[in-house]
Structures are given as structure tokens and as C-alpha cells.
Design a protein. Structure first.
Length: 341
């Protein structure tokens, strides 16, 4: 079955074609494209929901045609249309859902609503080196920082999550404090690579709490406090200390999760999962503690249609899809992953 995947949860329009097979971990990714709205939102210092929704509407048709052309397939070849049902920005989600549902109805094929975080969670399974179920997953995507136990497709147990800001939010807010613009996370990580470790000191929130909860809001406050001092550290050194602090907390909590669950495989998914410092530190911890770490391909760390199509393929295989003959639909701006069946 050929599955068209559509992702429009925030400020990236992702379209992909995935060819599902009957075998376990089926099929192959035929083509995918992502259009980023960063340039449009940069002038506002953040995502403007109304502009995001309108831009998705402009991009969906041409990007779908582009993917079909790259894959050498026709519209009539599509056997199912998968789309992000939530969580995300309501208007952006509606743009993708309306397009997906209308297309599916015109083609007389199933339309499948997918949880955005489930897409991220399962995306490392697309790689040549893929984990085996069950595993522990660190989700670090946008406004989410969570540790999950993944038993099977649709069976997710929340082990711990952030009590305030997510890691990605802390990156972006700290980047704004340092004058690095929007989106600031990648720029902050690059600046940190030139900084000198230990030149200033930031807290490691909840690193010794003994549980699997996170807290990152205090980090940006600590950065602001250092910047207000008469003798302030260089931006590159402050960026390095900030990244080191976040990475140390994430790695410590992942290590604790592996010890508590007794599992030997850790999956890291979401935008922050592309951070070089985090990957290096996790790989080092895994080598010393005796567990394996799996990451999605760098191009699949950010939002994309491939993960949505792939998640739909796995749900179809697991028998977890119930077609709606009435073609009624809604979106879920807030949606608890642990409640997903």
C-alpha cells in the first residue's frame, strides 16, 4: 500500500510517500519534502499561527505533486492518506487535516489521523539500524520533553516529563536572550561549539532528584542573571555552559530511566535529538552503562511527513486503524501520547 503522509503541526509543511509491505517493519520511504516557514516567521521572533496555517494551505498541493513526481507515482496509486491530527497549532492542524480528508474521500481511500509525537517516537525505526521493541524513548521535540517506555505500537507509558519549559523552549528562549534571533536553538548549539567549558556556572535542574522529571525554566533565568552582572561572560562561553547543563540533565535522566526499566535500548527523537553535544554525551554514557542508543536520520529529526506515513503503516499493520465511513474529522491541539491506543 502506498501511503501519503502529511505533517502540518506547526511551521513546517512535510509531505512523504511511504510504500508499506506486509512484512514486519514494512516497506520503504520513496520520497519526502519539507518546506520550512522560518524565513516568514523570523521577522516576528516566533511562529504566528494564522500565517502558519495560510502558508500550509499554499504549499500542500505543489509539495504533494513534487513528491509524487520524485517517486514516479500517480495520485491514483495512493492507498491511504495519513495526516497529523495533533498536538500542534489548531489552524495549522486543520489545514493539513482538511486537505488530507478531502483527498482521501476523492480517492475513496482511508484517511488516518496520527499523533505527532508518535511519529517522532517511531521515526528511528525507519533507519537501517533500528531498535527492537520494547525500548525507552527520549522525546525532545518543540514544547515536549518526555521519557516514555514503548512496549509496542500504540502502547506508551509516560516515565517522566518536564514540569515547565521543555528543552527546546529553553534553547530558543536562551538564544533570544543572547540576541541570536529566531529560531535560536540551532544557532545556540553552533555558538556553544566555539565556547570554553567551565568559564561560567549554571545550575543542573533536578539532576539529582531521583525521579525522571525535568525542569528547564530556571536555566534561562540563570542566564539572564549572568548577563546582568557587571562583568558578564562571553556569549560563546555562556552558550557552551547552557548546552552543557541541558545535556548533562538529559543524559543523567536517560541513564536513570535505563536503570529503572532494565531495558537496553534508548531511542532519541525530536529536534533537540539532532544536537551534536547531546549525541556525543549519550553515546559515551551508553558505552559505559551497557545500553544502545538509536537516532532518526538527521533530516527526520525535525517535523516531516515521512514519520507520519511510517507511523500510519505500523498502525495499519498492528490493526489499530478504524476507518470512518462518514469522513468526519477533528484535530487535537492537545493530545496525551500516553492515552493513545
Amino acid at each position: 500500500m502506498l501511503i501519503l503522509g502529511i505533517e502540518t503541526s506547526c511551521d513546517e509543511t512535510g509531505i512523504a510517500l511511504y510504500e508499506a509491505k506486509a512484512a514486519r517493519l514494512p516497506g520503504r520511504l520513496l520520497a519526502h519534502v519539507v518546506h520550512s516557514q522560518v524565513a516568514m516567521h523570523e521577522a516576528y521572533g516566533g511562529v504566528v499561527p494564522e500565517l502558519a496555517a495560510r502558508d500550509h494551505l499554499r504549499r500542500l498541493v505543489p509539495l504533494s505533486r513534487q513528491v509524487l513526481e520524485r517517486a514516479g507515482r500517480r495520485l491514483a496509486d495512493i492507498g491511504a492518506v495519513a495526516y497529523t491530527e495533533g498536538p500542534g497549532l489548531a489552524g495549522a492542524l486543520l489545514a493539513g487535516a482538511a486537505f488530507a480528508r478531502s483527498l482521501a474521500q476523492s480517492l475513496k481511500v482511508p484517511a488516518i489521523g496520527i499523533h505527532h509525537l508518535e511519529g517522532h517516537l517511531l521515526s528511528p525505526l525507519l533507519g537501517a539500524r533500528a531498535p527492537q521493541l520494547p525500548f525507552v524513548a527520549l522525546l525532545v521535540s518543540g514544547g515536549h520533553t518526555q521519557l516514555m517506555r514503548v512496549t509496542q505500537v500504540g502502547s506508551y507509558e509516560l516515565l517522566g516529563e518536564t514540569l515547565d519549559d521543555a528543552a527546546g523552549e529553553a534553547f530558543d528562549k536562551t538564544a533570544q536572550l543572547l540576541g541570536l534571533g529566531y529560531p535560536g536553538g540551532p544557532a545556540l548549539s553552533m555558538l556553544a561549539e566555539t565556547g570554553r567549558p567551565g568559564r561560567c556556572k549554571l545550575p543542573r535542574p533536578m539532576i539529582a532528584s531521583g525521579d525522571l522529571e525535568f525542569s528547564f525554566s530556571g536555566l534561562k533565568t540563570a542566564v539572564l542573571t549572568l548577563m546582568k552582572k557587571e562583568i558578564r561572560p562571553e556569549k560563546k562561553d555562556l552558550a557552551r555552559e547552557f548546552v552543557d547543563a541541558v545535556v548533562e540533565v538529559l543524559v543523567a535522566k536517560c541513564g536513570l530511566a535505563m536503570a529503572k526499566t532494565g531495558l537496553t535500548q534508548l531511542v532519541v527523537a525530536g529536534g533537540v535529538g539532532a544536537n551534536k553535544q547531546l549525541r556525543a554525551a549519550l553515546n559515551d554514557r551508553a558505552a559505559r552503562a551497557g545500553f544502545e542508543v538509536f537516532y532518526p536520520a538527521a533530516e527526520l529529526c525535525t517535523d516531516n511527513g515521512a514519520m507520519i506515513a511510517f507511523a500510519a503503516a505500523l498502525r495499519i499493520q498492528a490493526g489499530k486503524i478504524t476507518p470512518d465511513p462518514n469522513h468526519a474529522f477533528s484535530v487535537r491541539p492537545r493530545w496525551d501520547l500516553a492515552a493513545l491506543g
